[in-house]
Write a protein that binds this ligand. Structure first.
Ligand SMILES: [Zn+2]
Ligand SMILES: [Zn+2]
Length: 253
C-alpha cells in the first residue's frame, strides 16, 4: 500500500537524520547546552553537567514519585509512596529515570517551549542511557496525545517527537493513534489538588486494538500522575493487559 511505503521511507529518512546528528557530534565539537563549555563527544553535555544529573532514586516502585529517604544507590528494598500504598493508580508502573530538577528541567524547558531540537536529542540520549538496563519488550509504544491548541502555539508535541525517535532507536512498535484525546483541558496550574487529579478524567479514548496488549506509554514529565492514570484507565477498560509509563522526569507530587 502507498501509505505503508511512504511511512517506511519517512522512517528510513528519520533514522538517517538521527544517525547523522550523532556522527556530526563526533566530527564537529559542540558545546554543552547547560554551561556552554566546549564538548568533544557525541553528547551536548559536558562531564561536569553530566555528573549533576538528578537520578530519580530512591522513588516509589509504582508511580516513581521521588522519596526523601537515605538509601544506598543499589538498594533492593521495595518502596511505595503513601498514595500507592493505599490505592495504586491504574498503570502498572512508571519508569522515570530523572527528577525534574536542574539540568534536566532546563533541557525540557528549552525543548518544549523554545523548540530546541538539540535539547530534544540530548534528552533522547539520556532516556536511552537510562533504559539500557530495562527490558523493553512491550507490544507497542504509545504517547500521551497533545492538546491541539498547545501544539499550534508551540509547533511541537514533545512526547510524540521523542516517541518517534525512541521507536527508531529501540525497534519498539510505535502506534500514535491507539490513544486519542477527545477534549483539551483547562490548565492544571490554576486548579486545586483534587480538581487537578480529576481534570484529565474522560479526556482520552482508546482504540480496540489495545486489547490483550502490553503497552509502553510515553509522556515527557509526570507531575501529579493524573494524566497517565486516566489514560491507563481508558486503555485497561479497552482490555490492555499492561500499561507501563515511560517519562523523562518525575516531579514530587
Ligand atoms: Zn556543562
Ligand atoms: Zn507511588
Amino acid at each position: 500500500m502507498l501509505s505503508t511505503y511512504i511511512r517506511t521511507q519517512v522512517n528510513k529518512l528519520e533514522r538517517s537524520l538521527f544517525q547523522l546528528h550523532r556522527k556530526s557530534r563526533r566530527l564537529l565539537p559542540g558545546e554543552c547546552l547547560i554551561c556552554s563549555q566546549p564538548v568533544s563527544h557525541e553528547r551536548d553535555l559536558c562531564d561536569a553537567c553530566s555528573s549533576d544529573l538528578p537520578h530519580n532514586t530512591p522513588c516509589c516502585d509504582h508511580c516513581a514519585e521521588p522519596l526523601a529517604l537515605q538509601l544506598p544507590r543499589n538498594h533492593t528494598t521495595h518502596l511505595l509512596c503513601s498514595r500507592c500504598g493505599k490505592q495504586p493508580p491504574a498503570f502498572d508502573r512508571v519508569i522515570a529515570p530523572w527528577r525534574y530538577a536542574a539540568p534536566v528541567d532546563q533541557l525540557l524547558w528549552g525543548f518544549k517551549y523554545q523548540q530546541q531540537r538539540t535539547a530534544g536529542y540530548l534528552l533522547l540520549d539520556l532516556l536511552l542511557q537510562a533504559l539500557q538496563y530495562e527490558t523493553l519488550d512491550q507490544d507497542a509504544l504509545l504517547v500521551i496525545p497533545g492538546q491541539q491548541q498547545r501544539i499550534r502555539e508551540r509547533g511541537l508535541h514533545a512526547p510524540a517527537w521523542l516517541a518517534r525517535r525512541l521507536a527508531l532507536a529501540t525497534g519498539l512498535n510505535y502506534q500514535p493513534n491507539w490513544l486519542q484525546r477527545q477534549r483539551d483541558l483547562p490548565s492544571q496550574q490554576e486548579l486545586g489538588r483534587k480538581a487537578r487529579w480529576l481534570n484529565p478524567r474522560d479526556a482520552f479514548t482508546a482504540s480496540p486494538e489495545v486489547a490483550g496488549k502490553r503497552l509502553l506509554l510515553l509522556d515527557d514529565v509526570v507531575t501529579t500522575g493524573a494524566t497517565v492514570h486516566w489514560a491507563s484507565e481508558v486503555l485497561k477498560a479497552q482490555g490492555a493487559r499492561e500499561v507501563v509509563i515511560l517519562a523523562v522526569a518525575r516531579t514530587p507530587t
